[in-house]
Design a protein around this ligand. Structure first.
Ligand SMILES: C[S@@+](CC[C@H](N)C(=O)[O-])C[C@H]1O[C@@H](n2cnc3c(N)ncnc32)[C@H](O)[C@@H]1O
Length: 293
């Protein structure tokens, strides 16, 4: 297969510019480590190619590590961001929702950082939970991170203004590298802030509101932070992340743990909720661990 090297380099730079809450934070990584680390055999299926998770699986002595990602160039870009030798990792280009008979009862753990956002709720979530249950050995664990807005009303515009003002005052007088690093965090936080108030009763995000907000934020940030490196960070979070088609985004559903837990139970999982403190809305990023019973 010939791959577009320019696109790979672009996505490597995009992911290099992303931070928590888009990428896993310390509390989330600790939970993945705790769950995978307690397994005896450690065959691990990773939905996506999150570099932190692949590196962790290698560090923990994973006997078999498999990643599935539908976009081969994003997969290669993320492989290049890994800090370990991924030579023995099986890289499968394909759809998580495809049935793979050779995966039946083959894994001790399945992990996925943020992947449920890309699947329609409840149909594709149910399909995924059924497939994951089938892939796991008895007592195997499925650990995943998702974003869903907690109860309560939030003012999106006020939050955006506060995040930008806080960034500007916190970095006044700082060195360039420190400013750029704080700006990477700000851009990732703003990207997820655009979900606020957009979840419809059935769990899907209103794409029109999100696209309008992303466009407006892009214009604002480019005007307020015209430095070329900052513009690249802005574009990474607001133009390139999860936007494979114009006029919409690839992030489609934000269902809460209570809903996820019911679907997991229906497939034969016993599960537990772990809210994460990730900014800008603590508890919105959450994880669950679900054990095959
Ligand atoms: C796993 S999620 C979140 C990003 C994650 N932190 C990572 O590093 O891979 C994003 C990735 O999932 C992939 N993806 C979304 N839906 C998928 C599906 N049904 N099958 C395979 N890959 C999918 C997208 O192409 C995207 O690169």
């Amino acid at each position: 297969m010939t791959m577009d090297q320019e696109r790979i380099a672009k996505y490597r730079s995009v992911w290099n510019n992303l931070r928590v809450p888009v990428r896993p934070g310390p509390e989330g990584l600790a939970l993945y480590r705790e769950q995978i680390g307690s397994l005896v055999d450690r065959s691990i299926l990773i939905l996506g190619t999150t570099p932190e998770l692949v590196d962790m699986a290698i560090d923990l002595g994973g006997r078999r590590i498999v990643c599935i990602e539908r976009d081969p160039e994003i997969m290669e870009a993320l492989r290049q961001l890994g800090g370990r030798d991924w030579g023995n990792v099986e890289m499968v280009v394909g759809d998580w929702l495809e049935e793979r008979p050779s995966f039946a009862n083959a894994f001790d753990a399945v992990v996925c950082d943020g992947g449920l956002l890309f699947l329609e709720f409840p149909g594709q979530w149910t399909a995924l939970f059924r497939l994951v249950h089938g892939c796991l050995k008895d007592h195997g664990v499925f650990v995943a991170k998702e974003w869903a807005e907690p109860e309560g009303r939030r003012d999106y515009e006020a939050l955006v203004n506060r995040l930008i003002t806080d960034f500007s005052s916190a970095t006044r007088g700082s060195g360039r590298e420190e400013i750029l690093e704080a700006y990477r965090c700000l851009a990732s936080e703003l990207r997820l802030a655009t979900f606020i108030g957009t979840t419809r009763p059935e769990g899907s995000f209103d794409q029109d509101i999100m696209v309008e907000r992303l466009g407006r934020l892009l214009t604002r940030l480019k005007a307020e932070f015209p430095d070329p490196e900052m513009m690249e960070i802005t574009e990474s979070a607001l133009i390139y992340l999860a936007r494979s088609r114009p006029g919409t985004t690839d992030t489609v559903a934000g269902a809460r743990y209570e809903e996820a837990g019911k679907l997991l139970a229906a497939q034969g999982f016993r599960s537990k909720h772990f809210p994460l403190p990730d900014r800008p809305v603590p508890g919105a990023n959450y994880m669950f661990a679900a054990w095959k019973t």
